[in-house]
Design a binder for this molecule. Structure first.
Ligand SMILES: *Cc1c(COP(=O)(O)O)cnc(C)c1O
Length: 400
């Protein structure tokens, strides 16, 4: 039976593994290698003819990378995958493999901030024009496609504000015009949403987040739907000199084995915390498509098989110092970039500064929460004490 026909939890246990190749060991070894030796001129030439199917040089590939890439291609239903040194590297490789000077591309307005920055600086400098579009535009994207448009980039749910995109409608419109379509699929951890099944050409994963899952490695991967797309991605990554380190690839492989279990616990905990937050008087809105009240819920339910642990809340207007009083004193929620590890995190978000095609006009501050694997009752108690500090600071501020 082909693993592709099995359920995700089963596939995650077996994808990319080949114990017979490693003398029976369950996991592949970590290959620390730069030079690869050949025993004849004929073997060297044969290697040159198949640069991406054999091991020729450490930067181009090694058996640890191959195991991780085979697992990711299987998980996302792609032809092959390209692993690189970070999620952002996977994004920049995918963009550089899809557009060139004189081209135009369509970028979702709620893209991860460094993705926007890359388009506005490096790609703009190379003569690539970017039009940002409303994440909720759906089939209306067709009106933004020009003769020189080459690529459509999606990210769903959107960074910071969690709008769900109609990926099938967007992709269908893009295909009618021959565009390359790509998506940042990090929120879904490659398990909860399968973009390639909806016609997307390249699925991008910041494996740093849920796949590694323990906040201890940087890793990115781009999964290609077909061979020509794979070759464009792989050649670009090799030309840029971008390769993931073998220890990080090993941590990515290790993370995959527990990914489904961790994601379902993240979802369960996140729903408990989100529902509690919905009932709080300080909270104006919870931005989480897994909740029936969320405007993206219907699309999420149609296309996703579950939710991860990352969502947002909009507070009623309060002074900045009151938010700081809440966050500074939290015990279990850490403050810092990245997410997808076992621990809970919280950060102020500033969506109004990160969009140009749409506006964000909620009057109160936005917080982004990552709900980790701790007991949700303890997380709620931590936030409850935080709201006490927020309210005390807000009342003190008024009196002053
Ligand atoms: C973190 C993140 C990235 C970038 O991943 P790195 O491994 O940190 O470079 C890309 N997209 C999204 C949505 C992210 O949250």
């Amino acid at each position: 039976m082909d693993h592709r026909d099995r359920k995700p939890a089963t596939r995650l246990g077996h994808a990319g593994r080949d114990p017979q190749a490693w003398r029976g060991a369950v996991n592949p070894p970590v290959f620390h290698a730069s030079t690869v030796l050949f025993d004849s001129v004929a073997a060297l030439e044969e290697g040159d003819r198949h640069p991406f199917d054999t091991f020729n040089y450490g930067r181009v590939g090694n058996p640890t990378a191959d195991a991780f890439e085979r697992a990711m291609a299987e998980l996302e239903g792609g032809y092959r995958a390209v692993s690189v040194s970070s999620g952002l590297a996977a994004i920049t490789v995918a963009l550089l493999a899809s557009v060139k000077g004189g081209d135009h591309q369509l970028m979702v307005d709620t893209a991860y901030r460094p993705t926007r920055r890359f388009c506005d600086t490096v790609l703009a400098g190379f003569g690539v024009e970017t039009t940002y579009y409303d994440p909720l535009i759906g089939a209306g994207i067709e009106e933004l496609i020009r003769p020189e448009t080459r690529a459509l980039y999606m990210e769903s749910p959107g960074s910071g504000t969690f709008e769900v995109q109609d990926v099938p409608a967007l992709t269908a419109a893009a295909k009618r015009h021959g565009l390359t379509t790509m998506i940042d699929n990090t929120w879904a951890g490659s398990v909860l949403f399968h973009p390639l099944a909806h016609g997307v050409d390249i699925s991008i994963q910041a494996a740093t987040k849920y796949i590694v899952g323990h906040a201890d490695a940087m890793l990115g991967v781009a999964i290609a739907r077909d061979k020509p797309t794979f070759l464009r991605l792989k050649r670009m990554a090799v030309m840029l000199g971008n390769a993931a380190g073998p220890d990080d690839l090993f941590l990515g492989l290790r993370g995959l084995r527990t990914l489904e279990v961790r994601l379902s616990r993240h979802e369960e905990n996140a729903l408990k915390v989100a529902r509690w937050l919905e009932g709080r008087p300080e909270v104006a809105r919870v931005l989480f498509p897994a909740l029936p009240e969320d405007p993206g819920h219907a699309l999420w339910q149609r296309d996703f098989s579950g939710a991860s642990g990352l969502f947002g809340i909009v507070l009623h207007p309060v002074p900045k110092a009151a938010v700081a009083a809440m966050l500074d004193g939290l015990d279990l929620f850490g403050m810092g970039a990245s997410w997808g590890g076992f621990e809970s995190l919280i950060l102020p978000a500033h969506p109004e500064k990160l969009r140009t095609a749409t506006t964000w006009d909620a009057p109160g501050p936005v917080l982004r929460l990552h709900v980790g694997l701790e007991d949700p009752a303890d997380l709620v108690a931590d936030l409850d004490a935080g709201f006490d500090r927020l309210n005390a600071a807000a009342a003190g501020g008024e009196g002053a």
